[in-house]
Design a protein around this ligand. Structure first.
Ligand code: ZN
Ligand code: ZN
Length: 570
């Protein structure tokens, strides 16, 4: 530190007796701003300014520490943070509420939750900011349940407390809990808990992830009722929500109404929205329009563009965009972009080209790359590539159940039940559990959840009777189950039954049962839709005259009159 103190600089080398602490504090404040220029950064860090202040025998006051503490914002700064903490205690500012909150935040930023809790626990009567900080510190490391317990203890919560907790639920994929908590917030009412734009963006993200259109519609209406301005940020959230809830037409409506308030993030959301729904022509047209209007695409925009090419099987176009990305826009492909290219060639059955991409990558292929190659070679029936990819995948992610499932599906397709069992044994010895298929359907604002073979729904009996009826009508129309993808080594009849009980079929039977004729149905599935369900749902859309939208983990399928928007290519 002595070296820092000896450094002389015209700005900092004041030895004037009237050099008051507030000037030092001001210097610390300026330097602790995240965007302090690199020139000033070269002069001194907030910490070194503090030591200079002490060197000049100026005592710190209440305003010295808060800004100083905000400059310690990564685990790397923990030691300095602790050092300043002891200075705070030495100068007797340890019981100042503002300083305490800053200490909690500092320890949280330095990834030391234990110290953050220690500071909090020592506060006799925590004020709202320190409550909010400790809740946030727990949310940050994923201890959402601990955060919730602390949250429930806050005597009077403000919008920051609520938004922080809601955001915690979304961040750790507890979307239903997020919507449930928002309902509680609504019940309280009153001005102190009026949600703001940030709260709304968090909620929209939860609705999008769940595919909960009714909730999403409600949030949109609420935003308008409150007179919140739909700017580019909120607009982008709405576009994203509507796209993910199967209403790309509404997404487009929001997009069109944003007027000139559109930035690259908004455009990218719209381009990706079209792509997810298989509207590749629109997606690529919007990309051209965006570039023509002078907005530079970024790496995310190109992910949307590649997604459009992948879903429509536009192999040559995809290759051309990939080249343009670097040549015209100076964006170097990330591993995600390479992943799209492998996916593009793999799905088109061009396994050699997919391998060329893998071999040309400047970085080590990750699980996504091998996953894309795996599903591509699986469609193409290239067992050798399949095996290589799955082995790499299992090497990288020993608990990735999808990899094992895909490999055993390949063997199942070949009727090689011995190898299917080997893979299943391997899963067992490694303790890998298959992620259960789960489908959601929202009716009258309630989200119903179905797992494979689920019998937990209160209306189970009726649902199974409905399913039985649907399946027999399908059989009359010539449906034969596609048992090729069933994992288990079962006889044909049992295999057929296993397919009947897929979560999307249960959700669909329930929706047909509970909605009036002609009502469109939207189902969200956590895994990829299987061939058999795809065939069955196409037929159901025709026989029952329903428009059915299924969002699986890859894309949207719009089923109408016996046809799917994906053109059986997914
Ligand atoms: Zn299925
Ligand atoms: Zn489809």
């Amino acid at each position: 530190m002595s070296k820092l103190i000896q450094t002389t600089h015209p700005v900092l080398n004041f030895r004037h007796p009237s050099f008051e602490s507030f000037i030092w504090n001001t210097l610390i404040r300026i330097q602790s701003k995240p965007n302090a220029s690199s020139y000033t950064n070269a002069i001194a860090s907030p910490l070194s300014i503090y030591f200079r202040m002490r060197f000049h025998n100026v005592s710190p006051d209440l305003h010295t520490f808060p800004f100083l503490l905000t400059s310690f914002n990564s685990p790397f700064h923990l030691f300095s943070g602790q050092n300043i903490h002891s200075q705070i205690l030495r100068f007797g500012f340890g019981s100042d509420p503002f300083v305490q909150t800053c200490l909690i935040n500092m320890y949280s930023c330095c990834d030391n939750l234990a110290c953050a809790h220690q500071v909090f626990d020592e506060i006799a009567e925590p004020d709202l900011p320190s409550w909010n900080s400790i809740v946030n510190a727990n949310v940050k490391v994923g201890l959402v349940d601990v955060a919730r317990r602390l949250f429930d203890k806050i005597p009077v919560k403000n919008v920051v407390s609520w938004s922080c907790m809601l955001n915690g639920y979304v961040k750790y994929e507890k979307y239903k809990e997020c919507l449930g908590l928002f309902r509680e917030m609504q019940k309280l009412g009153g001005d102190c808990v009026r949600p703001n734009e940030y709260t709304m963006s968090v909620l929209l993200s939860a609705c999008g992830k769940l595919g909960a259109l009714e909730h999403g519609n409600w949030v949109h209406a609420y935003i308008e009722r409150c007179g919140m301005k739909i700017d580019d940020v909120l607009g982008t959230c709405l576009i994203d929500m509507y796209s993910k809830c199967g209403r790309v037409d509404r997404a487009k409506w929001v997009f069109d109404n944003l007027g000139s308030k559109k930035d690259v993030i908004t455009w990218s959301a719209m381009i990706t929205g079209f792509a997810m729904h298989g509207h590749s022509t629109e997606s690529l047209a919007y990309f051209s329009e965006m570039v023509c209007s002078g907005i530079r695409p970024n790496a995310v925009t190109f992910l949307g563009v590649f997604c459009a090419c992948v879903h429509a099987g536009l192999v040559n176009e995809g290759g051309a965009y990939f080249e343009r990305m670097t040549r015209e826009f100076g964006i170097f492909p990330s591993i995600n972009h390479y992943g799209c290219m492998v996916d593009l060639y793999g799905r088109a059955g061009l396994i050699d080209k997919a391998w060329d991409v893998v071999n040309s990558m400047p970085m080590e292929p990750d699980a996504l790359i091998w996953g894309a190659l795996l599903s591509g070679s699986r469609i193409a029936g290239d067992i050798k590539s399949c095996e290589i990819a799955v082995k790499k995948l299992i090497e990288l992610e020993p608990t990735n159940s999808a990899a094992y499932v895909l490999l055993s599906n390949v063997y199942a397709k070949l009727g090689d039940w011995k190898d299917v069992r080997n893979v299943r044994d391997l899963m067992q010895t490694k303790g890998v559990k298959k992620v259960p298929g789960c489908s959601l359907v929202e009716l009258d604002g309630v989200i119903h959840e179905f797992f494979v073979g689920d019998e937990s729904h209160p209306d189970t009996r009726e649902i199974y009777m409905m399913l039985e009826e649907i399946m027999s009508r399908l059989k009359l129309e010539g449906y034969a189950s596609n048992t090729g993808e069933v994992l288990l080594d079962l006889d044909e009849e049992a295999k057929e039954k296993a397919l009947w009980l897929h979560s999307e079929k249960l959700a669909l039977a329930f929706a047909i049962l509970r909605t009036s004729a002609g009502t469109p149905i939207c189902i969200v599935k956590n895994l990829r839709i299987c061939r058999d369900c795809h065939v069955a749902i196409k037929m159901i859309s025709n026989i029952y005259g329903r428009e059915i939208v299924v969002r699986d983990c890859n894309r949207f399928h719009h089923f109408t009159k016996g046809i799917c928007s994906c053109g059986d290519y997914w």
